[in-house]
Ligand binder design. Sequence first.
Ligand code: DGT
Ligand code: CA
Ligand code: CA
Ligand code: ZN
Length: 572
Amino acid sequence: MTINKKHVIKLLEEIAVYLELKGENPYRITAYRRAAQALEQDDHSLDEIDDFTKIKGIGERTAAIIDDYLENSESETLQQLQQEVPQGLVPLLDLPGLGGKKLSKLYQELKVTDAATLKEALESGEVEKLEGFGKKSAEKMLKALEDADSRPERLPLAMMLPLAEKIEKYLQSCQTFDRYSIAGSMRRMKETVKDLDFIIASSDPAKTRDELLEYSEIKDIVASGETKVSIVVDAGYEVGVDFRIVAPHEFASTLQHFTGSKDHNVTLRQMAKEKNEKISEYGIENNETGEVQTFESEKEIYEHFGLHYIPPEVRENYGELDKFKEPVRLLETSDIRGDLHMHSTWSDGAQSIKQMAEQSKDKGYQYIAITDHSKYLRVANGLNENRLRKQREEIDKVNSSMKDFHIFAGIEMDILPDASLDFEEEFLKEMDFVIASIHSSFSQSQDKIMKRLETALECPYVHMIAHPTGRLIGRRKGYDVDVNKLITKAKETGTILELNANPNRLDLNYEWLMKAQEEGVDIAINTDAHSYPMLDHMTIGAATARRGWLRKETVINTWTTKQLMKKFGIAK
Ligand code: DGT
Ligand code: CA
Ligand code: CA
Ligand code: ZN
């Protein structure tokens, strides 16, 4: 790292903070702050300064610290301080109303060293008794502390989806407008979401504002203007919701603007600039005439820049503003012809084989695979060879009773901790479709995990690896997979990798999907449904596929029944 002036300024400020926490002499603290300011105000770059004491406000001692830092790329003074001051104190500086001076007092007088000890001191009432602290500020701090540990900065998509649906239901029932859309990261189907954004087209913004404020779930109102209403709702966790109210003719531009991502819009703004235009949430302004053009749809906005329509999921500034100069056909939910991973009452599913099949047919599918758990997974009532043979009889029966629909007799077979498979190859031959997956011993080393996956990949009767990393978004990291190696090996062995569409999983994630497609690996998007409603997760899977730029031909469950039979080695 080459050290620049900003680094030096930051160093001096950090030293001041630590001294303050230690309760040092205020003059010394001020000296460092003044030195930081002096450097900030000085116009020279670092290599133009040969003697720091020549700058007014920087003394001998400070200059020596800077020289030490420049020479060694680290500061002994700072390191020393970091050892003396409890590390748990520093993050507490972010709490409202808690500067270095006050925090130092809590440290010196009440032995507060981190969030937990501060919480104790606040709850016992000791803090409000201290000079300079009041009951009110103590309450504020306690609330901030509680909020901080009750809710992470971003929530998993799966937690936000039901809330977004609930709000949409309310918006549908509203009387003062009829056009609205979700925007922001939720519309882009990002896997974690900070807050929800909605765009509303209204010719009577005052009335619309009032109507929004009548929503029954509001916990807090942050803003209530005629262009923006911001609320906090409580859905078991606090979530911010922003509504932008715009005139109907501005709707498309506002929607495009607040769908983001920020980086996508920065690049688009650059493209506008090159055309001598300015793009904003109101439209596109011609810099010469000052005229503002508005649009009927986002499609028209992209066409204005010579681009094809860019789906929201792709707007992440990953090169899409270049790529979509040419038409790009990404996967759509309607391309999906079937779902190849789901459970029935034979293991831990909620519905029977027939019920799952009929529900899937109603969704317009041509086939499904019933893939219950294997015997190793006792908690899920996993099936042994005998029960699987019985299940096949049931599947045959349902198959002959349904027209234009096919059920593949599948299995989701566990890969055991010792890297063996739950069934012998002799038996696997009998199955139409074999999924292998890991549900145990997540903490094994990468070597061991890879050995397990490789056994499955190399088995000629395994067609697919399900939820390849085992992660649960925001809850569980998954096991230690070398995904690059997995992708290479999947290509080599002709094994399908899954995009598990469950919003808690989205596994593989979109970045790995890009890579897998590049390497020519087949992907299947499956819901892993354990009940009816979960079959609908396919739309989330398709959206994630678009985030990974997946084309239809990469996704094998867009194929026909016949094509799949061939692929699975069961076609006559
Ligand atoms: P998040 O963090 O999950 O809420 O992600 P977004 O993308 O929903 O971010 P948010 O809610 O801060 O803003 C919504 C979109 O609005 C964002 O994607 C880009 C757009 N936008 C327009 N102007 C601004 C701006 O000044 N700051 C930010 N952060 N975003 C802006
Ligand atoms: Ca947002
Ligand atoms: Ca927002
Ligand atoms: Zn499953």
